[in-house]
Design a protein around this ligand. Sequence first.
Ligand SMILES: [Zn+2]
Ligand SMILES: [Zn+2]
Length: 291
Amino acid sequence: MRLGAHMSAAGGLFKAFARGDEAGCDSMLVFTKSNRQWKAKPITEKDVEKYKKAAAEYAHIQPVAVHASYLINIASPDDALWEKSYQALKDEVERAAAFDLPLLTFHPGSFMKSDAAAGMGRIAEGLKRLLAETAVSANNVTVCLETMAGQGTHIGRSFEQIATILNEVGEHERLGVCFDTCHVFAAGYDIRTPETYATTIDAFDKAIGLDKIKCFHLNDSKHELGSNKDRHEHIGEGFIGKSGFANFVNDLRWANHPAHLETPKTKEDEDGNEIEMDPVNLKTLRDLIEN
Ligand SMILES: [Zn+2]
Ligand SMILES: [Zn+2]
């Protein structure tokens, strides 16, 4: 796998490279704008220039994948929120395209006061429009639905829900899935042993098709199998455990897939000192690779 982590783009997207390099990333995940705001300053030519220069300097860190804002909800039954979300998602895709970032992952969304079927319909409607309206402006960006933990009214708690959306949109080369280990586990799919891992991956293959997996989020889980709670833990310190991650990093089908930590950035040691945890978690993952 092309292992890496979510890296801050504070001060400019180009700055994520030096941070990713220091943490030991082979690839990385970024926000191209604040994840808790709707609006962003437009990207300037200078932003792109600085980014391209850094990308060339740190050419060993690729691909760079994008995570869309958490505010976006194209499953919403509310027309105004839906349209606002749709425009924000389109903007995210076009921002990724401007920097030539090949993957944009977003949370499918929450159906709120409607129901799951209605929510999936809304998502499919948004994706169809998105793929059509960005066919020219962002034809280099693949849009990925993230697998979700099943909290509240979130869509994406089962492989079947994601399959329903993908089927409704129809086969499209710019459409994929981001497989989040914490979310899948919290949703009730076991991945801790070679056997349960094989069963889960097989279930994904039957429902969606393994070729749809474009990237991974590697997070351990603070809560038990099937808890439906989305709380990330350091690799090996949660309920998935190291053995679960060994299944992923040794599966040659993912040898070239980007896989990113979204685990807590720091931890306090016994003396109260803050330890940077991305390098530690990346080392834990790399140590699991059998040669
Ligand atoms: Zn994730
Ligand atoms: Zn999560």
